[in-house]
Design a binder for this molecule. Sequence first.
Ligand code: NZQ
Ligand code: ZN
Length: 386
Amino acid sequence: MKEFTFSYPTKVYFGEGAAKRALRAELGKVGKIVMLAYGGGSVKKNGVYDELLQLLTEAGKEVVDFSGIMPNPTYAKVQEGAKLVKERNVDFILAVGGGSVIDCCKVVSAQATLEEDIWDMEYKSGKFPTTGIAMGAVVTASGTGAEMNPGAVITYEDKMWKGPIVGTYASFAVLDPTYTLSLPMKQVISGAFDTLSHCMETYLGSPRDFNTSDEINEAVMRSTIRNIRKLLVDEKDMDARSELMWTSAMAENGILKIGKVTDFQAHQIEHQLAAYTDCNHGQGLAAIHPVLYRHMAPEGAKQFARLAREVWNVDETDKSEEEIALAGVDALEAFIKEIGLPTTLSEMGITDEGILRSVADTCNLTAGCCKKFERDEIFEILKESK
Ligand code: NZQ
Ligand code: ZN
């Protein structure tokens, strides 16, 4: 096993009414001025904002609003938030939303305690923040698992780059599945597919011999697939929503990555696709995965075949390991179609080959756990995904 250090800085409050339990337990530990950060307004329509405002007021907090955090959050928005934190002497940030709001706040938190620009610090000096304004995360859209890790994905518009920035861990996370009831079904499913992608990109890393992380991962993948199907039969199935909210956190809280080097090539491509087109994260991943995995599977046949067997239950009769591996990719593609997500980029309105070339030329190339790609092959994959 690869060596590791494991600790858990984020306390999770899960279930209906979790916000009340969390804020009543946690707010006494933080200062008076709280920044309430959210997106384009869904939290005002579904009552979550009012509920949290009441809890903050009861606790005697002074509230500073930070609104308008967009999907695919921008670096400019991060800087706006950090400026507001400094101007208003904010003691605590409560991020309320999906991955975009939580990611933006993780970086706002770190930037607000730094003199230097966080992008320059991380990308030019290779240093990472060690301080930040304390924060908590209230999840209203699950899938990214952003609430339990310090990593954020931010779009730097001037640089045409969407990439990782390390920010701050939330000290606590509220996961109340009832908060997801107002989320459009397409976004619920896109988020759940993002979870599945995180699992697969971790599973397909190395090492690939039997190991505890991969066996837990198989269970998380099976649960994600089963509960997406359950939810598509009954949108109000709270058990399925609960399971999906927890598999989302499990996929990105580090447990599945213990002892592994992850792959995440699909994510690197999708992030640059979003930099150029502002596309939806889960849907972009869905469109990229089948072709990318057909290019990868022959070189990682053993692990792809295990995925096919353990997660997709493919019929192995008379098949070689590579054929089993590819049958698993067929099953993945059929599942994406079944759940109504795109399996081609054209379904998302992305057809411009100039854009696809730019994505291929600028995306990160990972160490290549199954296969190390060259840029021309990424371009071919994107064209085949059209
Ligand atoms: O802005 P509002 O009005 O709140 O609307 C949002 C947004 O339009 C809406 N929404 C959220 N909760 C809702 C709701 N609408 C109704 N009812 C609710 N309860 O949903 C829309 C999408 O929200 P967003 O936060 O953008 O979605 P998601 O959670 O999928 O986050 C995507 C972002 O997370 C990054 C992605 O790259 C993308 O930028 N990721 C972060 C990761 C991490 N930090 O670990 C890992 C992921 O791989 C991913 O890259
Ligand atoms: Zn993702």
